[in-house]
Design a protein around this ligand. Structure first.
Ligand code: SAM
Length: 248
């Protein structure tokens, strides 16, 4: 590599960093998004999108965060979608008792299929359920996890109180979701990706940009969780997403 090429690469990296971190955060009103991926076309299109590289990388990020908490006992994936994450968890944690919950029958069918294809159908129990009324008794779950689902919930405060009800004492809640006050660069990137790779059925319902617009800002999230009885509440925000961690 000659000097000019090295200079061009450094210049490219500087421009990329300026675009990613230099553009301000978006300030827009929240646009609620539909609950549940409840048509077979939308479910199939969503399943296709979750296999794109950026989603795989974000799942890896969630898995490495989960590793930090060393989960034991029963773990529930809330809004588990087509089951990518819970299947990965089942492969990594042989001793965990695993349950996936989702409001959509169509997407649960895809999750069951994925578990079956990975010979994990005996290990993962899938249940139809709504975050506001989880199909579990009080104090029965050790770990609750949820990714890219919070922005769909009609009443997050009710959902968080429901999580408090079903978690055992010392139980852990880990949520990962888009934040609406993402860097403007991320909005641009998502719009561009929508034009070239997003399946038609998702474009029709304004996804995935709709999920970003339906997300909560960091301030809103902190306002919601400040009303909860959990201990050790933490948020860990980045470019366009945040982790929310709580212990009962
Ligand atoms: C964008 S998908 C994310 C799926 C999966 N967690 C992932 O990361 O790939 C959001 C999921 O949340 C589910 N969902 C939305 N509202 C829900 C609710 N009130 N209760 C349970 N699940 C819900 C949807 O059906 C959908 O499968």
């Amino acid at each position: 590599m000659n000097f000019l090429q090295i200079l061009l690469i450094i210049f490219g990296i500087i421009i990329a960093l300026i675009l990613i971190f230099g553009l301000p955060r978006k300030k827009n009103y929240r646009k609620p998004s539909i609950e549940g991926l409840d048509s077979p076309e939308v479910a199939a299109a969503f399943e296709k999108m979750t296999n794109f590289l950026p989603f795989k990388l974000l799942r890896r990020k969630v898995l490495s965060q989960l590793n930090l908490y060393n989960p034991i006992g029963t773990l529930v994936d809330i809004g588990c979608g087509s089951g990518n994450l819970i299947v990965e968890i089942a492969k990594t944690y042989q001793d965990l008792n695993l349950i996936g919950v989702d409001i959509s029958d169509e997407i649960l069918d895809l999750a069951k299929k994925r578990a079956f294809e990975n010979y994990l159908n005996e290990r993962i129990d899938f249940r139809l359920g709504n975050v506001e009324h989880l199909p579990f008794p009080d104090n029965s779950i050790d770990f609750l996890l949820s990714t890219f689902s919070l922005h769909h919930w009609q009443d997050p405060l009710r959902a968080f109180n429901e999580f408090f009800r079903v978690l055992r004492d010392e139980g852990t809640l880990l949520i990962f979701d888009f934040r609406r006050d993402a860097r403007k660069f991320f909005y641009g990137l998502l719009k561009f990706a929508t034009k070239i790779v997003v399946p038609k059925a998702l474009k029709k319902i304004n996804e995935p940009i709709g999920s970003l617009q339906a997300g909560y800002t960091l301030k809103e999230i902190r306002q919601i969780i400040s009303q909860l009885p959990f201990n050790n509440v933490e948020t860990n925000p980045f470019l366009a997403w945040t982790f929310i961690y709580m212990k009962k």
